[in-house]
Design a binder for this molecule. Structure first.
Ligand code: AP5
Length: 231
């Protein structure tokens, strides 16, 4: 029932995109709009890990021991998870990666998988948002644990308080969104994930977009920048 952004022509071409940015930058929010618009699946490692934890799988339990401390899940676990997901049929012609790659090791692995298939990423979008804005945003975020729809108590509230607009389930605060963990996640982002932006800048793929504007303005800016990038 939400009002989706629109009005800009978007290429018919299926694309392989990466969304980078600190925790709370708006990757999940923008990723949902973009994938609906571009007709490609959103592959979110954060959502996959939360689903595995919810299902009580061995991977889920192991991953939760890291995410609950605001730490990154080890590269080998993430690489196995993503590689398997990229082999699924819906990812054959394009996808948007949200939350991956998050270390230079992951970026190098993705690059070598793609090279082996003779393909490359079309663009890497980096959402730039200051730490203080992030801390405030995350404290007001609520998510649907079932369908992953994301809300914000002020900027994007659900129609009915504390209930998901899409599937009607009760909304929750993510376990890793407690204030004390958010600063730790930001520290790890600056140390481990920021170098990934340089990796893609060197390859001419990086598009930096200010992420501290209203959601729809950010979506329009991303689509415009991608169109320019792919010419
Ligand atoms: P993950 O789920 O990927 O979390 P994250 O990167 O920390 O990002 P978030 O989901 O917190 O934020 P977001 O950028 O999606 O923002 P959102 O759109 O929700 O990963 C969780 C954990 O899993 C990691 O900490 C790590 O432990 C592990 N993990 C995952 N991938 C991994 C990997 N590859 N390697 C190793 N470990 C991995 O927006 C935030 C809030 O702001 C919402 O309330 C939203 O409504 C609001 N909002 C969004 N945009 C705007 C706007 N423009 N203006 C105002 N409000 C806005």
């Amino acid at each position: 029932p939400r009002d989706r952004p629109g009005g800009l022509p978007v290429s018919e071409q299926r694309m392989r995109l990466v969304l980078l940015g600190p925790p709370g930058a708006g990757k999940g929010t923008q990723g949902q709009y973009l994938t609906e618009r571009l007709g490609i699946p959103k592959i979110s490692t954060g959502d996959m890990l939360r689903d595995a934890a919810e299902d009580g799988t061995e991977l889920g339990r192991e991953a939760k021991s890291f995410t609950d401390q605001g730490r990154l899940v080890p590269d080998e676990l993430i690489l196995a998870l993503v590689r398997k997901r990229l082999e699924e049929p819906d990812a054959a012609e394009g996808y948007l990666l949200d939350g991956f790659p998050r270390t230079v090791v992951q970026a190098e692995a993705l690059e070598s998988w793609l090279e082996a298939q003779g393909i490359r990423l079309d663009a890497v979008v980096d959402l730039v948002v200051e730490d203080d804005v992030i801390v405030d945003r995350i404290s007001k975020r609520r998510i649907c644990p079932v369908c992953h729809e994301t809300y914000h108590l002020v900027n994007r509230p659900p129609v009915k308080p504390d209930v998901c607009d899409v599937c009607g389930k009760p909304l929750v605060l993510r376990d890793d969104d407690r204030a004390e963990l958010v600063r730790e996640r930001l520290r790890i982002y600056h140390e481990r994930t920021e170098p990934v932006t340089s990796f893609y800048r060197q390859r001419g793929l990086l598009i930096s977009i200010p992420g501290d504007h209203p959601v729809k303005e950010v979506t329009v800016a991303i689509i415009h920048a991608i169109e320019q990038q792919i010419g």
